[in-house]
Design a protein around this ligand. Structure first.
Ligand code: SF4
Ligand code: SF4
Length: 138
């Protein structure tokens, strides 16, 4: 019963498609390869990013380390390179506290290799497949 209530709240009220499970193991990988989304696109232009840096302190921590087909790649300067720990852990921005969020999947992103979190579909693929099969038989 609890599972059904939880599923109802997540899918119907929160409009979620995934449960986030697991926990952070402190590997620091997600702070070493970051894409920045502005509205619906991923930033690929440094001039556009410069404007964002004034809007939120999180952006002021980032520095460009590369670019690929998705967009600019950043690393966070608040990550201690020796310990792989966040230097401002207690006051880290909300976006870091909420990581990982399922929106990253819709952007074509994925969890870092070895991340202790998992994003599991709330409605399993087999259930979706069954529903589609039943509808097509009607
Ligand atoms: S502020 Fe801390 S948790 Fe957030 S990206 Fe930087 S190092 Fe990672
Ligand atoms: S990649 Fe995952 S396990 Fe590693 S620091 Fe980021 S959230 Fe934690």
């Amino acid at each position: 019963m609890f599972k059904q209530i939880k599923r109802f709240i997540y899918t119907k009220i929160l409009k979620r498609k995934y449960y986030r499970t697991g926990q952070c193991n402190g590997c620091g990988r997600c702070c070493k390869k970051i894409y920045v989304k502005n509205f619906k696109h991923v930033i690929a232009d440094e001039k556009e990013f410069e404007k964002l840096q004034y809007m939120h302190r999180f952006y002021s921590y980032l520095r460009v380390i590369g670019k690929d087909e998705t967009g600019l790649i950043f690393e966070c300067t608040q990550l201690d390179p020796v310990t792989n720990k966040c230097k401002i852990h207690k006051t880290r921005p909300g976006i870091c506290r909420r990581y990982p969020q399922e929106e990253m999947l819709s952007m074509g992103g994925e969890l870092s290799q070895g991340c202790g979190y998992h994003l599991e579909p709330i409605i399993p693929f087999s259930e979706v497949f069954d529903k589609i099969s039943k509808k097509s038989k009607k």
